[in-house]
Design a protein around this ligand. Structure first.
Ligand code: FES
Length: 158
């Protein structure tokens, strides 16, 4: 069944036409709206590569029906760092937390979510926050270093 609906993504209203109501938010973001920053990984909510915010809550877009996000605000990686990297993105680059980069959008979303809620997380809180994001390249050491660097940057600004 196909019914047109509207999604608010990164502050912009998008008309979704000819969409089967069972399509995931990830599919609609990528294939219908052209927002390909959220990556298709496991499609089972295990790898975190498709992490987005729905009304400020971090979710795996592969597990959310797009039509259920009507009336919600969806925030994707495209909302961050248009021309200039965010502090978290810059920390991932400077600390070597980006290798193949497939996991990076999801990790960046998860770390922004963490630091926006808690600007000074402890080591266990950081590990818990990124525990839903699988990375095959970095061994996580560089990811944790990037989070530490981003925390330091924020602390030095306040
Ligand atoms: Fe390659 Fe994380 S940098 S999967």
């Amino acid at each position: 069944m196909s019914v047109p609906y509207e999604l608010s993504v990164n502050g912009h209203a998008h008309q979704v036409e000819d969409s089967w109501l069972g399509e995931s938010l990830l599919f609609v973001l990528r294939e219908r709206l052209g927002l390909t920053g959220s990556k298709v990984g496991c499609e089972q909510g295990e790898c975190g590569s498709c992490s987005v915010l729905v009304d400020g809550v971090l979710v795996c877009a592969c597990l959310v029906l797009a039509a259920s996000a009507v009336d919600a605000e969806v925030t994707t990686i495209e909302a961050l760092g248009d021309d200039v990297l965010t502090d978290v993105q810059a920390a991932f680059v400077s600390e070597g937390g980006v290798q193949c980069g497939f996991c990076t959008p999801g990790l960046v979303m998860a770390v922004h979510d963490l630091l926006d809620r808690n600007p000074a997380p402890g080591p266990l809180e950081v590990r818990e926050a990124v525990s839903g994001n699988l990375c095959r390249c970095t061994g996580y050491g560089r990811v944790l270093a990037a989070v530490e660097a981003a925390v330091s940057t924020r602390a030095s600004r306040s």
